[in-house]
Design a protein around this ligand. Sequence first.
Ligand code: AGP
Length: 605
Amino acid sequence: MCGIVGYVGPDQAVPVIVEGLTQLEYRGYDSAGLGVLTARGPKIVRAVGRVRDLEATLPKRLSSTIGIGHTRWATHGPATQANAHPHQSYDGRILLVHNGIIDNAAQLRARLVAEGIEFASDTDTEALAHLIARSQASTLEEQVLDALSQVSGTFAIAVVDSTRADRIVVARQGSPLVLGVGDHEMFVASDPAAIVRHTSSVVHLDDGECAVVTADSFRTFTAESSDTGKQPQTVDAEAIAAEIGEHASFMHKEMFEQPESLRRMLSGRLDHRFATVRLDGLGLDPRDLRSFKRVKAIGCGSAYYIGQLGASLIEDLARIPADAEPASEFRYRNPIIEPDTLYVAVSQSGETADTLFAVQEIQRKGGHVVGLVNVVGSSIARACGGGIYLHAGPEVSVASTKVLTHMGVGFAMLAVLLGRVRDLSHSDGARILAGLERIPDQVREILDREAEIGAVADVVADAKSVFFIGRVRGYPVAREGAQKLKEISYLHAEAYPSSELKHGPLALIAAEMPTVAIVPDDELVDRNIGALHEVSARQGPLVVVTHEGVEIDVDVARIDVPKSERELDPLLMTVPLQLLAHQVATRLGRDIDRPRNLAKSVTVE
Ligand code: AGP
């Protein structure tokens, strides 16, 4: 995590950096800092807390046309001013910001301390600043390469040198970094969102790539100093920039964008004639599609839960075995990669380190992996080559909402595609396509019931702990509902398959422990109502997400959602749970878009 931004050009660097850091706060927000080169030498300002706390600390006059900034999500050392970036070398010359983790930081620190260098922070980053300063190489670029050759781990770094105040040197290994090419000015950033208000001309650096930028030029090169000759690409600045508008939070704005963004995602992708979908970005022809005997979704957190929901859609519609696994576990267990399995990497940011490494592990072992990714040009999207872009637009809130429904729709389309080259009939394909087309309006209907769901939120907001239960295709919905609630309300929430209640957790059910139950009107409805009885008999308060017409003969707070096709119902049932979590968090006065201890894009292992 952590966000990096840098500027060199004719304008004042500080406002550009502060504005960029504000856009990058989603990457980490426990402390922030900036370092500029002034006529009187380097100047660093750092603050614990948000970018606005940094802004409040800035001196009134801080004139400079070159500088770097950082917003931090602590890994090594607590969130203190001393641990905030930039870090400075022992001789004061080098300022450096870093996103990632230096694995051999302890050894480097011990070596440098033995040489008499004093450390001012607990971070892994500071060692790198000292290594650059003590390098005997002749240019800043070479000094950075020399230092990096002694380092193992993941990084995106930006470095300035007070004796070469015309340039910023950057390097990328495992953490995202882009250059922004302006008119006699240059930018560097972890994400184009930080710089698109200034330029839409962007260079994506690859792992192992470095760059030196001055106001008028840039050069990209490898760790061995060979030029890579990268050229800028034009990005869609409007699509990348996100404004909160009249909404109370980005999460609220993003939930309410779903009908429109889903319509956009579906547009041009449904093929009614053959009752299938067009997903050319996958790069798979019918013969390829038929050759897969299994599908495995990998992703982290909510992306994993939606992967689980997607796996059940694929089993239902394409009748091929499918499952999901957290990418963070997958990559560590020496997975057996099967040549006839289609792996699907699921990610909003496209930068989640665990998912990216899992993709690389699959590819290293010869497996076929496609991406279900939102951010165009992100590391996972580029590593996968083929995939389905989600086209949800920017998602700023740490709690993912709209992108998750897009992921669900992406899986439904993939399921139809795989199904229609197998045994999914034309009429069933057409039934699902019609269901998909209704989804944007049905999501709108659910969003319109925000106030109603607010009344239900009172049942949950007073609790210390909440159960979420669902059966089979309702279980991933329960897991995602629990995840959303705990993320932004800080209430303990736990999801269980309904069928497992009686095997242990029923012991916890009591008047002060509400249960949110997912009860679709499907072939399992009677079994699910049975679970409601088990909870009710123990005086457990119940909130039930269900369909109109489902008769529930125990006392519950009920949230009815519009009925879709059986296979698509779970997807719609995630939407009221977004609203519920938002309402509970609002009642508890939480910082909805920036929940404690979290970050939007988890680019560390
Ligand atoms: C979602 O609300 C969470 N913030 C989190 O679980 C997230 O889904 C996960 O970190 C994966 O992120 P990605 O989709 O960007 O890969």
